[in-house]
Design a protein around this ligand. Sequence first.
Ligand code: AVI
Length: 325
Amino acid sequence: MVAVVTRRRLSQQQAEASAFEIDVLEGLHDIPKHVPAKYFYDAAGSRLFERITEVPEYYPTRCELRILRQHAADIAKLIPSGAALVEFGSGSSRKARILLKAAASKLAAYVPVDICGEMIEQEAAELRTDFPQLKVLPVTADICNPFELPAAAKDASARVGFFPGSTIGNFEPHEAAGFLRNAANILGRGAVLIIGFDLVKSADVLNAAYNDAQGVTAQFNLNLLTRINRELGGTFQLDTFEHHAFYNRERHRVEMHLASLKRQKVKVAGDTIDFRAGETIHTENSYKYSIESLSALARGVGWLPAAAWTDSRKYFAMQTFILGA
Ligand code: AVI
């Protein structure tokens, strides 16, 4: 049994490793060069992201926590009694805990869904201690693909989706629509969806948030090259690449790039990649929405916009949507 589990875990790791290799090589041979932002989050990248959330310039996490703490009771009122709360990309469940404190007594279950099974199982154990009356039923899945909910969530009076963290901003708009469609299919009739997202604002605030003075965001961006070196036998010299992040006003998004400081050749998984001086690898887009623009996107795939809350500076929003008939 142990051998079977170990073999299964190994083959999952191998499949993930080869998807990483395929995506990185495909992106580095493309023009312009790009690598999907989801590969930032190895163990070191996840730790660096946690540090980003604490730098003074990066406001989204603090704003969202403030909105949740201030309006938890109102948000909880929108959760039907006997509903299951399904969190998409739950990670540490830090934000869900605020909602759970306000709504646990009327919930049939809390279903944290994340690609990282180990993390949510560990978090689920802690939640069961802190909320002994609550059924905590973790699901390991990619939130952008169809997945099965546990029976207790399917049998609940309704399902309420929770998608905090402005992760929706890291999807291209067509992917965001795809996510919303998938969430509608999974949550089903009568569903409510609560989304936290970053609002369009002055370029100065946005540029500062992604270029913090301590350089943590730069380290986070460059860590992608460290990961490629380690996992794909890459030969990137980190001091020959520079973190570039800027707000692209036309496309309502912050773009992150890694710019080569010189003309050079880099080896990755046996392939040679040529860089011109100044050429960049596009590593992330972080789309900023208005309440109206996210409402329009959601309406297009059947979600009707309902109540929304923002912080006092209108930097960040938490909005609820109801699945149309
Ligand atoms: C995870 N995500 C919402 C962050 C963002 O703001 O787009 C990732 C990040 N990238 C640089 N700083 C933070």
